[in-house]
Design a binder for this molecule. Structure first.
Ligand SMILES: [Fe+2]
Length: 185
């Protein structure tokens, strides 16, 4: 089988912007809730993830104005859209997106996300951690690929790609997930 035509970027944000992001993440962590409140993928009604999270639209009235994470991450996606599109012909459906949601998640020791597919056109993940740990890597399960979790990375991948997060060995795995959608307005 072909490989998943994902776009991976390391060292995405400057030190200063990472500080802004970590400040917001630390605040968000204090109000995150369990997977039953954050739209977890399920199989036979079984929740597939163990982590905590919060949707930005549950918190901010105008996140593009008040959230550094929203602003910085959505700007980075906009700048990367053409490069993602050119990875594979099937990535061209990214040009239809007109909507997005943002979810911040935090994984503690032993947390994971079992393999699933997203209900999006494409999904962007941004990774942030302050301490080193093993695990928490992204797996693409149709193609047996693994992408190592590293601070200050971004990956955009198509929603048809089955993916998961392997178990983390230590607390401290932050992830900002942005679902890229095409919706009727
Ligand atoms: Fe997912």
């Amino acid at each position: 089988m072909d490989k998943v035509p994902y776009l991976l970027k390391r060292n995405v944000f400057s030190y200063y912007n990472q500080e802004l992001i970590f400040n917001e993440l630390r605040f968000l962590k204090s109000i995150m809730r369990g997977p039953e409140f954050t739209d977890s993928a399920t199989i036979d009604n079984k929740i597939l993830k163990s982590n905590k999270g919060i949707f930005f639209h549950h918190l901010y009235n105008n996140p593009s104005k008040f959230s550094p994470i929203w602003k910085l991450c959505s700007d980075k996606i906009k700048k990367s859209i053409v490069e993602y599109r050119e990875k594979h012909m099937t990535n061209r459906n990214i040009m239809t997106i007109n909507n997005m949601w943002v979810l911040a998640s935090y994984y503690e020791k032993g947390d994971y996300y079992l393999p699933h597919r997203d209900q999006t056109i494409a999904t962007a993940l941004f990774w942030f951690n302050e301490e080193e740990f093993d695990g928490g890597d992204l797996t693409f399960d149709d193609t047996n690929e693994t992408v190592k979790y590293e601070n200050n990375s971004m990956i955009i991948f198509p929603s048809w790609a089955k993916h998961g997060v392997n178990k983390v060995s230590h607390e401290g795995r932050y992830c900002v997930t942005i679902g890229l959608l095409a919706t009727n307005k």
